[in-house]
Design a protein around this ligand. Structure first.
Ligand code: CP
Length: 314
């Protein structure tokens, strides 16, 4: 089946076959990343604009790395020095970037649905790099990619997502990807941040950390999304940590071979104990590296590439 999508907006939209195409393509690019010469000519002559209107470290740099490794020209938009500070709208900003002959826009924005909004108004592909509390689809792909490296498959595995689910775009995209691929997903945290109305997405909702962690194959931690939530959803960060922070004592409740993940940025000493974040059980930095390969795959496919045409690795 050929890849036919022009835009990469959500995991919810994707079929299992499309998720597999992204992961297969990312696998080929991940092997290329281990070569001495990592650069491939796939997107030579294309210009990609990283339109990031919210802060980012990992996503922004890895999209930039991915574009450069595919031989594209890449321009990273500096929001603070742009005409958005003079009131220019997202639509006008994007239309002007298109008029400047960009071939693709990678968008991070605080408004849920903004990538789809642009995709309906532009002639060039739009890639979602995180929209509000809605979705972060490339993060989900790199999370699944990393889980498969360690577990072989996610089908039938117990994946626990712990923390601020309510305001997390990563949680939504991970839930869509993992449930489509047959994983058993449990979400856990305070009831104000982990409401029961997530159950129709096919997850188990828990407010009991010890019960939730039992038999987990993966524990995915999320930070508190202060930028998106009103205060008062839990008494204090200290209380959150004492109830739901993953520390060495609680890590003993998890199977010894379970992996600990986090999309970043981590808040050491809040949702995760610092030593645990740096321990051999943590695959957090592997997630970051895999993000380059996943983003290479997404840029390549949205530019019209096909999974089977990725150069074979010698
Ligand atoms: N995981 C993630 O989106 O990190 P950044 O906000 O640093 O891009």
């Amino acid at each position: 089946m050929p890849w036919t999508r022009k835009h990469f907006l959500t995991i919810e939209d994707l079929s299992v076959a499309e998720i597999e195409q992204v992961l297969t393509t990312a696998g080929a690019f991940r092997r290329i990343l281990d070569r001495r010469v990592k650069k491939v000519p796939a997107l030579r002559g294309k210009t990609i604009v990283n339109l990031f209107l919210e802060p980012s470290t990992r996503t922004r740099i890895s999209f930039e790395m991915a574009a450069k490794l595919l031989s594209a020209e890449v321009i990273s938009f500096d929001a603070d020095k742009s005409s958005t500070t003079k009131g220019e709208t997202l639509k006008d900003t994007a239309l002007n970037i298109q008029a400047l002959h960009a071939d693709m826009i990678v968008l991070r924005h605080s408004a849920s649905g903004s990538p789809r909004y642009l995709s309906e108004r532009l002639g060039i592909p739009v890639v979602n790099a995180g929209d509000g509390a809605h979705e972060h689809p490339t993060q989900a792909m790199l999370d699944v990619f990393t889980m498969r490296q360690h577990l072989g498959t996610v089908k039938g595995k117990k994946i626990v997502i712990l923390g601020d689910i309510l305001f997390s775009r990563v949680a939504r995209s991970d839930i869509h990807a993992l449930t489509k691929l047959g994983a058993n997903v449990t979400i856990v945290g305070p009831s104000t941040l982990v409401p029961h109305w997530f159950e129709p997405l096919g997850v188990t909702v828990s407010h009991n950390l010890r019960e939730a962690l039992a038999d987990a194959d993966v524990v995915m931690l999320l930070r508190i999304q202060h930028e998106r939530q009103a205060s008062g959803l839990f008494p204090s960060l200290g209380e959150y940590t004492s109830m739901f922070g993953l520390n060495q004592a609680r890590a003993a409740w998890i199977k010894p071979d379970a992996i600990i993940m986090h999309p970043g940025p981590i808040n050491r000493g809040v949702e995760i104990d610092s030593a645990l974040a740096d321990s051999g059980r943590s695959v957090i930095l592997q997630q970051v590296t895999n993000g380059i390969a996943v983003r290479m795959a997404v840029l390549y496919l949205c530019a019209g590439g096909q999974p089977e045409h990725v150069a074979p690795v010698e």
